[in-house]
Design a protein around this ligand. Structure first.
Ligand SMILES: O=c1ccn([C@@H]2O[C@H](COP(=O)(O)OP(=O)(O)O[C@H]3O[C@H](CO)[C@@H](O)[C@H](O)[C@H]3O)[C@@H](O)[C@H]2O)c(=O)[nH]1
Length: 471
């Protein structure tokens, strides 16, 4: 069995912030266990990753070139650089061309004194399974999602023919699953709902899904106390007895303030602004993640709603075309901050001034909010976010929903009244108070999970032991 100091893990994240960040936190957790980690990525992603791993000598980076392909803007190496979600599929296909350089890197590593004990690669990089099998290295897959949403997606995919006869808004029963909320087909992500077999995205997901279920194991950014009752249903879809290793919340392995990848001056300004909002729990943080396209007219509604709600707010806006509606600047100037650059979201959520999070319910944001004990005002937009929103609101009771955000099928403009009412209830209503208590209780459990003796901490040790034995 290799000694701990010579154990080496290869991590290959998908080039999207929400997929890469948790794996960077995992790299740091592994390096603290004296494990060498090599992160494989492309040049422009390597530049930003290098900043976050600067003080971790056991983590190194290997760059492989991103391919140039028709239909994808030049120099786009991360989904956050895509002009819109229309380019997502060409981007996904482009990543398949990383296989050859990836295999060359793996070959060199296997000939070295420290061959890897496993490769942890993203679900979207399904072809890594064939490479790992060819070289005899176990592949662990990472999806970036929670257990419950993954189990629902897999189950509805598996039972698709039976589901087609169920109407869009009727409750859905998934065999073998105990759902903590009422699920309808309208809640399912687009590619799962009404799969069209000649749809190119469907075909891509089917391809990477086939590799997924043949993986050696699954790294899950969640913790047993949160999702234990769904693990068995999820694992049942894996054909070689693969285990789901719940290691999260991975963000909690990152020491607060240690990430130097954000602009430090800017971070200080935000912290100072938050500190000036003297009343604890008074500020609502607003962010819709790194992928969803939110129209400028919808952003106008958010702006008016935040103004009307009277709550202080800190809002991260990604749109390059949107500007604050005329007249609003003056009205919000003493209690609203709109930020257009990358912020340290975890640091913001943990500030005592933050009392709520208006969120799209990307899984990282959900976990970060829960970990900080901050209740969520849920506004799911794309992908599996409706499932996360129902889980946090109906399943865990740690959030409220924006009324009028029915599902992902009816794409209507959500009115400023609905948003404003949600903000008022979360920040000052009795339902908001109950959600806050629940979020705070979950935050304490999440913190214990990653500490010595906690469920995720123990699972990480067990995983490392098992990989070393199987070498
Ligand atoms: O200015 C910013 C903006 C984002 N973040 C971080 O970026 C991550 C964003 O992740 P997430 O909240 O999951 O949002 P998305 O990246 O938009 O989510 C995509 O990836 C998730 C994980 O796979 C899925 O759950 C979502 O449906 C999918 O849209 C989080 O860690 C945030 O803390 C920052 O730190 N600063």
């Amino acid at each position: 069995m290799p000694s701990p100091s010579s154990s080496h893990v290869v991590i290959f994240p998908f080039m999207a912030q929400g997929h890469t960040l948790p794996l960077l936190y995992l790299s740091k957790a592994l390096s603290r266990q004296q494990i060498m980690v090599t992160i494989i990525t492309t040049p422009s992603n390597a530049t930003s990753i290098a900043k976050t791993i600067a003080n971790h000598p056991k983590i190194s980076l290997v760059e492989i070139p991103f391919p140039t392909i028709d239909g994808l803007p030049k120099d786009c190496e991360n989904t956050s650089q895509l002009p819109s979600m229309e380019f997502h599929l060409p981007f996904l296909h482009a990543t398949k061309q990383l296989q050859k350089p990836f295999e060359q890197v793996l070959q060199t590593m296997l000939e070295s004194k420290t061959p890897p004990i496993c490769v942890i690669s993203d679900f979207f990089l399904g072809w890594t399974l064939a490479s790992c099998q060819a070289f005899g290295v176990p592949r662990l897959v990472f999806h970036g999602l929670g257990i419950l949403s993954m189990a629902i997606i897999k189950s509805s995919w598996f039972h698709a023919p039976q589901l087609e006869s169920v109407s869009m808004f009727d409750p859905l029963d998934l065999p073998g699953m105990k759902l903590p909320f009422t699920l309808t087909r309208a809640d399912l992500p687009g590619s799962t709902n009404l799969p069209e077999h000649d749809d190119k995205f469907y075909q891509f997901i089917q391809e990477v899904g086939e590799a997924d279920v043949k993986s050696w194991g699954v790294i899950v950014n969640s913790f047993e106390e949160l999702e234990k009752s769904h693990i068995q249903a999820f694992e049942s879809f894996y054909i070689n007895g693969a285990k789901a290793w719940c290691l999260g919340p991975l963000c909690l392995y990152e020491k607060m303030g240690s990430d130097k990848s954000t602009n430090q001056d800017h971070s200080c300004t935000l912290t100072q602004w938050l500190t000036e909002q003297v009343t604890p729990d008074s500020v609502i943080y607003v962010s819709f993640g790194t992928q969803a396209d939110v129209s400028d007219s919808q952003l106008d509604e958010v702006a008016f709603a935040l103004e009307e709600s009277g709550s202080p707010f800190l809002w991260v806006v990604r749109s390059k075309t949107w500007s604050l509606p005329t007249g609003l600047e003056e009205k919000i100037k003493n209690r609203g901050l709109i930020v257009r650059e990358w912020v340290n979201q975890r640091q913001i959520l943990s500030h005592r001034a933050i009392g709520g999070f208006l969120s799209h319910c990307g899984w990282n944001s959900v976990l970060e909010s829960v970990s900080a004990g901050v209740p969520i005002l849920a506004w799911p937009m794309i992908a599996e976010q409706s499932l996360n929103a129902k889980f946090i609101v109906d399943g865990l009771g740690a959030g409220l929903s924006v009324e009028g955000v029915q599902n992902q099928v009816s794409k209507i403009l959500v009115s400023r009244q609905a948003i404003c009412e949600g903000v008022e209830e979360l920040m000052g209503g009795s339902k908001g108070r109950i959600a806050k208590e629940r979020a705070q209780a979950l935050g304490r459990v999440a913190g214990r999970a990653v500490q010595k003796g906690g469920s995720s901490h123990d699972t990480l040790n067990k995983l490392i032991d098992q990989l070393r034995v199987s070498m």
